[in-house]
Design a protein around this ligand. Structure first.
Ligand code: GAL
Length: 839
């Protein structure tokens, strides 16, 4: 190399990479993302930083890495970062840079989905409310004011990442970015303007020069060089819009979100693993779990309407940061199996054939590399597939992975991973102290019914709520006084129509009726029986939003609140009076909100007189000691109605334990075979959708914590309990037809020695050991974790063998074979089931 060439190279290195030489190029071709020129198989998972705390992030990221992830995906939440136009917040849970750096510190990559529209069951889809009030603005279309703001915020985030050198091109972890979100699902009504908007968004993003590729999800017409990606429960049938782009899956839904008033969705891991394996079988190389850790919708961040405070999502890591087993473990095994195939996967395209109805074989073969995926798509019949001269048994709805085109390392329907039951232990059941004892009692303030604030205002006619409150509060009072001389003591009906989401009606200061929408129907149309007095009657209607709409064409202008009509019907003389065009008085928010009662420090808290119970509109306050230990903390709000709660001034979200899941939409057992839908495997029917609410440990001091509640419909705060979440039991059930652990694959195939199935248990915390074996049976045990029982055949040695292998250790493994246990019933298929306790 001549001297001027060396100088040129140095300039190039310094110019692009500045001070670090660790910078990577990220590119793509039709097979995969290329990092430093090498195609990669990448497993990714979503963790949304504001849905947990910075103190939780390192542990969540480490658990993701241990689970086999290469990439952490997050949206960027515009309304968190710019609550007021031009005033930014990147502190605490909003510290995006800290989050990205935490991922980098663990050695993982980041996919930054800037949006800035994010959907995500997040309030208003992530848009700040002030955006709505910019003159002439129309969201998500070819509209200059909107585009200017979208560009400004996107550029702000990109600049911030660049300044911190967080793009891979600068030596940082960000290998990918997303612009917009699933616009292609709802773009029809936007017409031609929608099309030009997407083209604009693509070139705007590209012009920001991040040095890494951009994606658009669910956008079949994403212009080059943007990669269009797939979201869904299955994406194996997806193909990108150019044969120069790789097949990528940005949202593989690991469960589904919970609604207040909804049942709890569960997605079986056998089905997730099947979907993932099918995707890689058919040429996919990047797959992201949405969510890997769902977390919590603190504050008023949940979208909706009616999205619950818990965003657990049935994800591999639960809301509290505890790994969910066997989901986490089985997917970890799957990731290892897929990675064993990586060299073959990235070397070539698959050759796909079908040896029978709903059977599919894909082979990745070049030179000496060969990997194969065998799939049985039948949802009820097992099958035998002949491949390369061997026979393979394929359970229904499963994929077997063969990293050497010969030996099966994993079948998606056979779970080797242990399972776990986690439980909520209340302080009282632990230490025999009721909340009343662990708190120093309750004090309270009542919130006035109707207009009580100086900033109330009068207006002719009924107003739309979001335009009026700008979402500063969930609450808007509509108040009116009517003079009815002839109707003293008469029964009448108040008819109210509202765009949603809930309402309480008061007549002369007394609650006359309430109504609420649900996940399927936001609008309200109610007839409330009322009693009137002679002369002046006050009608106070409190309208509530429960998380602003986050999805759909033009969702930003769907509106909320009592837009009418409001009619008095059935008056004495049969008259009807339409009140819609009267002069109403309005109040945005509550008096207690203005007084800052949520911090607990201000206000005239009553503690002398008797505590009001089961009455609407009460602010409650108490002090409490944090539950001991380090397990995650939750409050059980059973006994309360609906409201919001704050711990040491931090909102832990809306609570609504009286809103229960309907009956008849759950299934006792869930058959993972066959296509999954979000309502297929629901649980918790007829019970409150959410009773437990997460209080992050880092928000607590050992003593003297302040809990404040605003109770809207009536409850008894003395019934509230505090507790911790922990793993109660560790279980595994392994049959003699299970495959050996994935880790054994290499030694197994290389040595030619046959390793059999193994039952492995590992305590969730490093400092724990297995202290007892609740159940152990080798033979034909039955039941499920927490509820195993002996079948007709069982070895009498099982308990002592398992005890000997496990007690006193933090993990243990036992071979599942007659070599270990002897044969209690010859000629019968046998299995080993164990339930263990860690302390
Ligand atoms: C997708 C969307 C995500 C999330 C998900 C459902 O359509 O892109 O943001 O809302 O649905 O959880």
């Amino acid at each position: 190399m001549r001297r001027n060439q060396i100088v040129l190279v140095l300039v190039w290195v310094m110019g692009i990479c500045a001070t670090t030489l660790l910078c990577a190029t990220v590119d793509y071709d039709h097979r995969a993302l290329l990092i430093d020129g090498k195609r990669r198989v990448l497993i990714s998972g979503s963790i949304h930083y504001p849905r947990s705390t910075p103190e939780m992030w390192p542990d969540l990221i480490q658990k993701s890495k241990d689970g086999g992830l290469d990439v952490i995906e997050t949206y960027v939440f515009w309304n968190q970062h710019e609550p007021v136009r031009g005033q930014y917040n990147f502190e605490g849970r909003n510290d995006l840079v800290r989050f990205v750096k935490a991922v980098a510190a663990a050695g993982l990559y980041v996919h930054l989905r800037i949006g800035p529209y994010v959907c995500a069951e997040w309030n208003y889809g992530g848009f700040p409310l002030w955006l709505h009030f910019i003159p002439g603005i129309k969201f998500r279309t070819d509209n200059e004011p909107f585009k200017a703001e979208m560009k400004r915020f996107t550029a702000k985030i990109v600049d911030m990442m660049k300044q911190e050198k967080l793009y891979a091109s600068q030596g940082g972890p960000i290998i990918l970015s997303q612009i917009e979100n699933e616009y292609g699902n709802i773009d029809g009504p936007y017409g031609a303007a929608g099309k030009s908007y997407i083209n604009w968004a693509a070139s705007m993003a590209t012009s920001l020069d991040t040095g890494v590729p951009w994606v658009m999800c669910q956008q079949a017409d994403a212009p080059d060089p943007i990669i269009n990606t797939c979201n869904g429960f299955y994406c194996d049938q997806f193909t990108p819009n150019s044969n120069k782009k790789p097949k990528m899956w940005t949202e593989n839904w690991t469960g589904w979100f919970l609604l207040f008033g909804g049942a709890t969705p569960r997605r079986p891991v056998e089905d997730i693993a099947f979907a993932v394996a099918r995707f890689f079988q058919r040429g996919g190389t990047f797959q992201n779990y949405y969510m890997y850790h769902g977390g919590t919708n603190f504050d008023r961040t949940s979208g909706g309407p009616f999205i619950a405070t818990s965003y657990d999502y049935d994800a591999p890591i639960d809301e509290y940061g505890i790994i969910r087993q066997p989901k986490w473990g089985h997917l970890k095994d799957l990731h290892k199996a897929i990675k064993l195939c990586e060299e073959a996967l990235i070397a070539t395209d698959p050759t796909i054939s079908s040896p029978g109805p709903k059977l599919e074989v894909a082979v990745y073969k070049t030179g000496d590399k060969c990997a194969a995926f065998l799939a049985n798509d039948n949802d009820n019949s097992d099958a035998t597939v002949k491949f390369n001269g061997n026979s393979y048994q394929l359970p229904a709805w499963s994929v077997s992975i063969l990293p050497d085109c010969k030996n099966v390392v994993l079948n998606t329907a056979k779970i080797n991973s242990a399972s776990m039951i986690s439980s909520f232990t209340t302080e009282s059941s632990k230490a025999d102290t009721s909340l009343e004892a662990s708190t120093s009692g309750w004090s309270w303030i009542s919130e006035p019914v109707g207009i009580s604030k100086a900033d109330s205002f009068a207006k002719i006619g009924l107003v739309e709520q979001i335009n009026t409150t700008a979402d500063r509060s969930d609450y808007l009072w509509y108040s009116l006084s009517v003079d009815l001389q002839d109707d003293a003591g008469s029964q009448a009906v108040l008819h109210v129509e509202s765009l949603g989401h809930a309402l309480h009606a008061f007549i002369n200061g007394k609650l006359a009726g309430s109504s609420q929408g649900n996940g399927n129907k936001r609008a309200l149309d109610v007839d409330i029986p009322i009693t009137l007095v002679a002369g002046k009657n006050t009608i106070d209607l409190l309208s509530l939003t429960v998380g602003l709409q986050n999805y759909g064409s033009f969702f930003d202008i769907w509106g909320a609140g009592i837009t009418g009509p409001v009619i008095l019907k059935g008056l004495k003389n049969g008259n009807t009076v339409d009140l819609s065009s009267q002069k109403w008085t309005y109040q945005v928010g509550l008096k207690g909100e203005d007084l800052g009662l949520s911090s607990g420090s201000s206000g005239q808290w009553n503690s002398q007189s008797t505590l009001p119970k089961n009455q609407p509109f009460i602010w409650y306050k108490t002090n409490f000691a944090a539950p001991s230990g380090s397990n995650p903390v939750a409050i059980d709000f059973t006994g309360m109605g609906k409201g919001e709660a704050w711990v040491n001034g931090q909102s832990i979200g809306r609570y609504w334990p009286t809103n229960a899941a309907p009956n008849g939409v759950c299934s006792d057992s869930c058959n993972y075979r066959g296509p999954y839908t979000s309502t297929k495997c629901q649980t918790n029917c007829g019970k409150p959708s959410q009773t437990l609410y997460h209080v992050p440990r880092s928000w607590l001091k050992p003593d003297g914590n302040i809990l404040v509640l605003f109770e809207e419909s009536g409850g008894d705060p003395t019934k509230i309990s505090f507790g911790t979440k922990q793993v109660a039991s560790l279980c595994a059930h392994i049959s003699d037809s299970h495959l050996p652990p994935v880790e054994m694959w290499n030694s197994d195939t290389k040595s030619g020695k046959k390793v059999g199935p193994v039952l492995s248990l590992k305590c969730p915390h490093q400092d724990q050991v297995i202290s007892s074996i609740k159940f152990a049976s080798y033979g034909t045990p039955l039941g499920t974790c927490g509820d195993y029982y002996h079948g007709r055949c069982s070895s009498n040695k099982a308990m002592s063998i398992v005890q000997k292998a496990c007690i006193g250790s933090s993990s243990c493994s036992v071979g599942v074979s007659t070599d270990t246990f002897g044969d209690p019933c010859k000629g019968v298929a046998k299995s080993l089931a164990v339930e263990a306790i860690c302390t």
